[in-house]
Design a protein around this ligand. Structure first.
Ligand SMILES: *[C@@H]1O[C@H](CO)[C@@H](O)[C@H](O)[C@H]1NC(C)=O
Ligand SMILES: *[C@@H]1O[C@H](CO)[C@@H](O)[C@H](O)[C@H]1NC(C)=O
Length: 390
């Protein structure tokens, strides 16, 4: 009896602390459950994200209208003559109201870039927000003759349309005779000499044309059979250069890069090139355009074109360039040596860009142990940030 009593007492004591533990465990599970439930509800709540009620179809042809003229403005002078040896055509995605950004770009890096042989540069825009704004854009275009404007509403979720309109204009224009095309954001800072170098030294990949037969333009597919045979027989040399991203979709509707899961249900992206600046060969621009027209709309232009089209569907390979910085280096992001050394750093506001342009022209020495150390430390920090997705 005594033993039992003692045993019972012990049991009771133990069971008291056990209970407490149980209660704690159950409570924390409940709290976690409610937390994840709320989180999931928030993630699933499209009403927090951008309004897609206008998107009645995801068929890109309905927006791009490949057989119709959709340009509102384009250069009056034919900048890309078919006889000129063109090396690079740059398209800067710009917002109609961002007059200052274009003004700064024109008088800084773009001006110098255009001094290299066979380089052309255009700003690509959608509709202006008001008639007044459109009048100003037309005036600006009158002065500089470097704006390509298409008929769509220029919003962040419509950047995929902007990229596809860029391809539409390019492929219907003599500019597609240039060797390379570059797509840029208006807040990307370019170091012309370094950018030129990275194109000079880029090695091309080769694809068999056979694997690309589905992406021939409709006209080429219907022209003489011999022409088509020729195309099939040949291989295609190409370059897809930029910062290669290997990442996952963001499902938080309040995030700028939110991707609704009904657009893309998988939880991993194919490799893609950061939209802050990527280069592709004109040898594949027509095929990229055809692929874009056939692919259902998603709101992330770089994932759409360089990921889902170029990688997943067409099987192209990328050339990663560590000197293309989609987000500024984490240590001393405004340190002048980054901008003197790397072809592309993003993002810079127009006044920062203007300031940095002056700075990179001074004779600041970057061949120092200090800068080597800073770069080393930066890559270390970035590695950690990527590992833990900070
Ligand atoms: C998209 O629209 C075009 C033009 O209306 C049509 O020819 C094409 O078949 C459509 N594509 C799909 C996948 O529905
Ligand atoms: C995107 O463009 C389409 C087609 O021009 C337009 O109907 C829609 O309103 C635009 N979306 C937004 C959010 O502005």
């Amino acid at each position: 009896m005594l033993r039992r009593n003692r045993f019972g007492f012990r049991m009771r004591r133990r069971s008291f602390s056990n209970r407490l533990l149980q209660v704690l465990v159950v409570l924390s599970v409940l709290i976690l459950f409610v937390y994840f439930l709320l989180y999931a509800l928030r993630l699933g709540n499209d009403s927090l994200g951008p309004d897609y009620s206008w998107l009645k179809t995801r068929n890109m042809s309905h927006f791009i209208l490949p057989d119709e003229d959709t340009t509102l403005l384009e250069p009056r002078v034919n900048h890309c003559s078919p006889t000129e040896k063109l090396r690079l055509v740059m398209f800067i995605h710009s917002v109609p109201g961002h007059f200052q950004a274009r003004r700064v770009i024109r008088k800084t890096w773009l001006k110098e870039m255009l001094g290299y042989p066979g380089v052309k540069g255009f700003f690509i825009l959608g509709q202006a927000e008001s008639e007044k704004e459109q009048t100003d854009v037309v005036k600006e275009h009158g002065l500089h003759d470097d704006i390509v404007q298409h008929n769509f509403i220029d919003t962040y979720v419509n950047l995929t349309l902007k990229t596809t309109f860029m391809l539409k204009w390019l492929t219907s224009n003599d500019c597609h005779h240039s060797k390379f095309v570059m797509k840029l954001d208006e807040d990307s800072f370019i170091n012309p000499a370094k950018m030129w170098d990275s194109l000079e030294h880029a090695l091309l990949h080769t694809a068999t044309a056979k694997s690309l037969i589905n992406y021939l333009p409709p006209t080429a597919a219907t022209t003489t059979k011999s022409k088509q045979d020729l195309f099939i027989a040949e291989s295609v040399d190409y370059l897809l250069l930029g910062h290669v991203f290997q990442t996952v979709p963001i499902r938080d509707p309040t995030n700028r890069w939110y991707l609704p899961s009904r657009f893309y249900p998988l939880n991993i992206f194919p490799k893609f090139l950061s939209g802050t600046g990527y280069v592709f060969s004109n040898s594949i621009s027509q095929m990229l355009y055809q692929c874009a027209l056939k692919s259902p709309f998603i709101n992330l232009e770089d994932v759409f074109l360089t990921g889902l089209c170029a990688t997943t569907q067409m099987g192209f390979k990328f050339t990663h360039h560590p000197g293309f910085w989609p987000s500024k280096p984490s240590i001393g992001p405004n340190y002048v040596c980054y901008y003197k050394t790397y072809p592309l750093v993003h993002p810079l506001m127009p006044d920062e860009m203007e300031e940095m342009w002056v700075k990179i022209k001074d004779d600041h020495n970057c061949e120092t142990f200090y800068f080597a150390f800073v770069q080393y430390a930066t890559s270390f920090v970035d590695l950690f940030r990527n590992l833990f997705r900070l």
